[in-house]
Design a protein around this ligand. Structure first.
Ligand code: UTP
Length: 295
């Protein structure tokens, strides 16, 4: 099977959970310290060996397109002012990978967004990274999933155990073990946002997928489902029932940037790992813990 070189980042949703911020700024542009969340996601893809990235944007998300473009005037201004480090930082963003964008004119659902990548991706296997789901930079998840897909010529989706009360927020998977392949499991069924009593398991589908090109046929046959949207989960369910889908069960290192509290956790975690931020951040946290009596 061919290697996974391309990735798709759907980032065209409305981001209603983060209103009013998302009225004019894409949630994928939420800053984690000094970089937008989507830059971490692009860097994660590149670190896993991806060379070509297609970002699905919308008419309201021009800031994403601009962020990955050159800003010659700013680069010149910084260089002239002796700010070489900053100039290089700004320049490097445009060189991270071969980045393309395409607009989803209407947010008709995640399945529809991924389906828009068909011509760009062609017949190759490819990764999908959701634009509001961030992994810690040290996470091996995407690389592991790419390895599993290349080895078995089967799509691999990321699965995470969640508390029972949270299963209704995600796609939920029915799985069976694959002997000797742990943490890889065979996906036997998928349900989008089930009521907790109807969920097949506590394994939730998280925003990392590595698909064979076969997924596109399934997306095309998928009718609008939950919420009137073309659901990626429904297309994955028919793929699982046909030639099969595997799941990679992982733990930790994931931040749902579209969720306000998880967004704050991402800033705390990543800020505490940076030499320029850690001392000041720790003082703030210490004072806060004391004041709130959390010790
Ligand atoms: P979400 O359902 O989390 O995003 O979709 P949303 O609709 O933007 O957010 P809320 O729930 O209203 O707050 C997961 C990812 O899929 C993209 C989103 O941008 C997000 O990165 N998406 C969703 C699309 O690209 N197109 C769509 O039609 C729907």
């Amino acid at each position: 099977m061919s290697t996974v070189r391309k990735a798709v980042i759907p980032a065209a949703g409305w981001g209603t959970r983060f209103l009013p911020f998302t009225k004019s700024v894409p949630k994928e542009m939420l800053p984690i310290i000094d970089r937008p969340a989507i830059q971490y996601i692009v860097e994660e893809a590149v670190a896993a060996g991806i060379e070509d990235i297609l970002i699905i944007t919308s008419p309201y998300k021009k800031a994403i397109e601009d962020h990955f473009d050159r800003t010659i005037e700013l680069e010149g201004l910084l260089a002239d002012g002796g700010k070489e480090v900053e100039a290089e930082q700004v320049r490097a963003i445009a060189d991270l990978a071969e980045i393309h964008t395409i607009r989803q004119g209407q947010a008709l659902g995640l399945g529809h967004a991924v389906g828009m990548a068909r011509r760009h991706v062609g017949d190759e296997p490819f990764a999908v990274l959701l634009g509001d789901d961030m992994m810690h930079p040290s996470s091996p998840l995407l690389r592991d999933m790419i390895g599993a897909t290349e080895e078995r010529d089967t799509s691999t989706i990321a699965l995470m155990r969640v508390p029972k009360e949270d299963v209704s927020l995600y796609g939920s998977a029915a799985v069976e073990p694959i002997e000797g392949a742990e943490p890889l499991v065979a996906v036997r069924g998928l349900v989008e946002k089930p009521r907790s009593e109807d969920a097949p398991s506590d394994l939730a589908v998280i925003g990392r997928y590595v698909f064979t090109a076969e997924i596109f046929e399934h997306i095309e046959r998928t009718a609008p489902g939950k919420g009137g949207e073309i659901q990626l989960t429904d297309a994955m369910a028919t793929l699982a029932a046909g030639s099969g889908v595997n799941g990679w069960v992982f733990e930790g290192g994931r931040y749902d940037v579209g969720n306000k509290v998880d967004y704050l956790r991402a800033i705390l975690d990543l800020g505490s790992e940076r030499d320029d931020i850690r001392p000041g951040l720790m003082r703030v946290v210490r004072d806060f813990v004391e004041r709130e009596g959390l010790e």
